[in-house]
Design a protein around this ligand. Structure first.
Ligand SMILES: *Cc1c(COP(=O)(O)O)cnc(C)c1O
Length: 241
């Protein structure tokens, strides 16, 4: 557990330095802990160290860790691909769904929330890397999608989320993040406030902060390597194997 606290210190130092270099306030960037495959006791150690925001990719993991974490002060976002048959469960465990990328999903979510007399925060997920394997709305559809999402009474659109290119070529990664920032400008220009930009991970959070991230999602650099490849979480075909 010691190394979790150490790793958190390192990550926060990286965030601080990146903000400084980008001429931004440290308080403008929130750290979300990407906790897929991480057991509840390790998450609890991070919460004890002062972290309050976690993100899970699988409904199964939300359910499994819920009891152990319930009494600890934290907020949980859903950052994985959401299948509509999991809506009912996901809204029980999370305050925000960052992976809304299709209208039929938003519609089903809204219907369920009406029935439960609840509202939820959402982010529109955009596929900024144009890879067929990645989820997310096509960039060209993002403005139209944001407009449509506004129509749903129980959904509070807070911002945009992207995974971006998974590459060590940070120039190409930066292009993805810059595109998300551009789309934010276009959406806001049409009168829809989307203040949050959720982008940046362990390997590229400095790039994301430079391009305007308000939330970075960090897993590996805090909790260590995972046994599953990320494609297990990001690509439905592969996860079905
Ligand atoms: C796993 C994951 C992250 C964090 O990735 P790391 O490289 O482990 O920091 C961020 N966002 C999403 C959607 C993820 O699934």
């Amino acid at each position: 557990m010691n190394n979790i606290v150490e790793n958190l210190t390192t990550i926060k130092e990286r965030i601080r330095t990146a903000c400084l270099q980008a001429g931004r306030q440290e308080s403008e960037v929130r750290l979300l802990l990407a906790t897929k495959t991480v057991p509840a006791d390790k998450i609890a150690a991070a919460i004890a160290a002062g972290e309050t925001l976690i993100g899970e990719n699988k409904v199964q993991e939300l359910r499994d860790k819920f009891d152990a974490l319930q009494s600890l002060p934290h907020e949980t976002h859903f950052i994985g691909h959401l299948q509509s048959n999991k809506i009912k469960e996901v809204i029980r465990y999370t305050s925000c769904i960052q992976s809304i990328d299709r209208i039929d999903l938003a519609e089903k979510l809204n219907t369920r929330l009406v029935a439960e007399n609840k509202t939820i925060d959402i982010f529109l997920q955009v596929n900024t890397s144009f890879e067929a394997s990645k989820f997310g709305t096509e960039p060209g559809q993002a403005v139209a999608m944001a407009k449509q999402l506004q129509q749903f009474s129980q959904l509070r659109l807070k911002g945009l989320m992207t995974i971006g290119l998974f590459s060590t070529d940070l120039t190409r990664v930066a292009q993805c993040y810059r595109l998300l920032k551009t789309l934010q400008g276009e959406i806001q220009g049409s009168g829809i406030p989307v203040p949050e930009l959720s982008m940046g991970m362990s390997g590229d959070l400095e790039t994301a902060i430079r391009e305007g991230a308000t939330m970075v999602r960090v897993g590996t650099a805090i909790f260590g390597q995972r046994i599953y490849p990320d494609s297990y979480y990001w690509n439905e075909q592969q996860s079905a194997q």
